[in-house]
Design a protein around this ligand. Structure first.
Ligand code: COA
Length: 405
């Protein structure tokens, strides 16, 4: 029997500040129901200059790395599309701060919101060949479209860390997956722009087309996803996106086949039944780009009362540009125990709401780029890592300790 490999631990870092989407809609002169119901977002995580992809990635990874893992992790793979450096990988900071052994390799991966899935697949293949070793995968992004733009309600920020090992506690991933590349311009950011260019409507259509093509390829390969998948997780730039893809696929099958096979109807019903569990956390956070598929997975595992160990889940990953992939995983016996549920609920409750003026001010702040020494004040919760200093164009991070710590 083959060794099972997959996600042994998974953790989400939620930044401590947010804006209310109803208030943002009012400030933009939009009916709040467009954001709350039409796009399906209630709160949006906001970061200031002391919270960047490295500090968020560190905060996601720190709680799931134990002392014995540090000698076993051979790779730190960091997926992001919000890098602040074109050369030095964000993973190198984590490698040092987490105390991973010196002979590990650390690097960054980019393909819009698909990057974390590429990292996860590399990690799993590495561990399949070397079952005694582990790989740390981190997905960290700050989604920014600009103030008062069409994409503004689909911003957000956060990081996911996943420890990949043999005999995982959460989700064992199957070796076979279906991937697809389609060279398109739906969302892209040339290096001379602060914010991405986006063809919003085209992007949602392309996402749907990629999903349909992958599901059709699965059918051509006789992978019986309709029979086997208890739930489907989606990349969720906003909480309605996965539902749109399911609808588009159902419409496609209806137009092709006239009527749907009863088992297909049953599968769609099952997938729609767990959908509200999938989006519950993301609705309170917003878009975290490449981590968002995995935030949906956490939300489903935490809230999905209809799920049991042994159930199979599909994970549909999509990155603009565009690359998509469907993975299949099986829930493991201890998957609920492996989730740090209390931490997540506590952080959601502890968040500070920003007024629209405060959000706009924070959004427009920039770090000095003069190369001089600048000490930064923490805005995070005690125990969180933050960007404490920039000096000579170098960044330094430490944990925020209060006098009682
Ligand atoms: N009450 C309830 N629903 C409302 C509403 C109201 N008052 N006003 C609008 N809506 C609904 C619309 O009917 C629409 O629903 P539908 O998609 O089910 O038809 C939804 O809200 C969005 O409205 P729309 O006019 O399409 O919004 P938009 O033109 O501002 O575009 C995005 C929305 C998400 C496409 C845009 O924010 C964007 O470009 N995002 C970034 C790109 C992206 O996320 N791509 C996805 C693939 S990664």
């Amino acid at each position: 029997m083959k060794t099972k490999v997959g996600i042994d631990r998974i953790h989400f870092y939620l930044p401590p500040k947010y804006v209310d989407m109803g208030l943002l809609a009012e400030a933009r002169g939009v009916d709040p129901n467009k954001y709350l119901i039409g796009i399906g977002q209630e709160k949006m995580a906001v970061t200031d200059a002391t919270i960047d992809i490295v500090s968020m990635g560190l905060n996601a990874a720190y709680p799931i790395i134990q002392e014995e893992d540090k000698d076993l992790i051979d790779q730190v793979i960091f997926a992001t599309e919000s890098a602040f450096d074109y050369s030095k990988a964000a993973a190198t900071y984590l490698h040092e701060s987490l105390g991973i052994h010196a002979f590990a390799k650390s690097y960054e991966i980019k393909e819009a919101c698909y990057g974390a899935t590429a990292a996860l697949q590399i990690a799993c293949d590495y561990v399949r060949l070397r079952p005694e070793r582990k790989v740390l995968v981190v997905a960290s992004d700050i989604a920014r479209y600009g103030l008062a733009t069409g994409g503004e309600p689909t911003q957000g920020a956060g990081a996911i860390a996943m420890l990949i090992s043999k005999n995982p506690s959460v989700l064992a991933l199957e070796e076979d997956s279906i991937s697809l590349t389609d060279n398109q311009y739906d969302f892209w950011r040339p290096d001379y722009l602060d914010y991405p260019l986006v063809e919003g409507k085209f992007s949602t259509q392309l996402y749907n087309q990629c999903f349909i093509k992958i599901m059709e390829e699965a059918a051509n390969k006789h992978l019986d996803l309709f029979d086997t998948l208890k739930g489907l997780c989606f990349h969720l730039p906003f909480s309605k996106m996965g539902k749109k893809a399911l609808q588009a696929y159902q419409d496609y099958l209806n137009s092709k086949e006239g009527s749907l096979d009863p088992k297909v109807v049953l599968a769609f019903n099952r997938w729609l039944e767990v959908y509200p569990d999938l989006i519950q956390i993301g609705k309170q956070v917003g878009n975290i780009y490449t981590g968002s598929l995995y935030l949906g997975l956490i939300s489903l595992l935490v809230n999905g009362t209809a799920l049991n160990a042994g159930d199979k889940l599909g994970l549909f990953s999509y990155g603009s540009g565009a690359v998509a992939e469907l993975l299949v995983g099986q829930l493991q016996v201890d998957y609920r125990k492996a989730l740090k549920l209390e931490d997540l609920n506590k952080r959601l409750a502890q968040r500070q709401e920003l007024s629209i003026e405060e959000y706009e001010m924070i959004f427009s702040e920039k770090l000095p780029n003069d190369g001089k020494t600048h000490l930064l004040e923490p805005s995070v919760l005690p125990g969180d890592f933050y960007l404490t200093k920039i000096d000579g164009h170098r960044r330094y991070y430490q944990q925020y300790k209060t006098q009682t710590d």
